[in-house]
Design a protein around this ligand. Structure first.
Ligand SMILES: [Zn+2]
Length: 267
């Protein structure tokens, strides 16, 4: 009797566990494709609590606080496809190349992560196969499909940042993060500054690089897509009404940018 090849199983996530990839509006016609690498803070059961107390697992080191509420609303307002990742960046950081040490951090800000000490190559590989690979494979598939259909695509990677890092207060309300794209970041910066009430970071508090980032270099730049990241300060999106207001503001700004970019995207 012929049988299908055995389904690849991961020891970290079983069929009854929450899948790593979360999506909204997957059949969207909007040019915007949103990603959220640090959307959730789940930990696969076999990893327990990574040796950390709850107070650490709910902090910014575990996830991008507030961004899920903004990402969901923004995606729905624009009818745009959102692809998000539900597991904690402390398990494996989906915006780091897997080859770099910070992919599975042993230290984040001033917190050592006991569950990430002394990992074997196989341990790291399991995390990659359970979480990192399915997320990035899905983004790849969606971009393949959109390019094949000649559907214009603007990749926007959504993040949030902590208001105080290592004791240093950050002045920005929102920032763009980008590297090689010359089209979207200047439009975003201009529109955000025109709001009048925002301190806008130009590649602050973070800039994109091939060594520290994965999503923008691999899915945006290498695929030739117009792209930028957006970082919102976490204390500004702490509750649902604030998330709603920021989503409305960004939906408005991105809607105008879409109209500006349309001739270029259709070319
Ligand atoms: Zn992030």
């Amino acid at each position: 009797m012929d049988s299908a090849p055995p389904r690849e199983t991961s020891l970290l996530l079983g069929v009854s566990d929450t899948p790593p990839v979360f999506e909204l509006n997957a059949t969207s016609r909007s040019p915007f494709l949103f990603t959220s690498d640090h959307y959730g803070r789940l930990i696969p059961k076999p990893l327990g609590d990574l040796g950390l107390p709850e107070t650490e697992l709910t902090r910014h080191i575990a996830w991008d606080i507030g961004i899920a509420g903004v990402a969901d609303r923004l995606s729905n307002m624009l009818g745009a496809h959102l692809i998000a990742q539900r597991y904690s960046r402390l398990v494996i950081d989906c915006n780091r190349p897997p080859r770099v040490a910070s992919s599975i951090p042993r230290l984040s800000e001033a917190t050592t992560i006991p569950g990430n000490e002394g990992l074997s190559r196989e341990d790291a590989e399991l995390r990659r196969r359970a979480i990192f690979d399915p997320y990035h494979r899905r983004i790849d598939e969606v971009i393949d499909r959109r390019l094949a259909a000649k559907q214009p695509t603007i990749l926007v990677s959504l993040h949030s940042f902590t208001p105080v890092y290592a004791g240093v207060r950050r002045p920005w309300h929102i920032g763009t993060l980008y590297h090689r794209d010359k089209a979207l970041p200047p439009l975003l910066l201009k529109a955000l500054r025109a709001e009048g009430d925002l301190v806008v970071g130009d590649n602050e508090p973070y800039a994109v690089s091939d060594e520290t980032d994965h999503t923008i270099p691999v899915h945006g730049e290498a695929r030739g897509l117009t792209n930028s990241g957006i970082e919102i300060r976490q204390d500004l999106i702490a509750d649902q009404s604030a998330q709603q207001q920021w989503a409305e503001r960004l939906a408005c700004i991105l809607g105008e940018i879409e109209a500006t970019l349309r001739p270029e995207l259709m070319a």
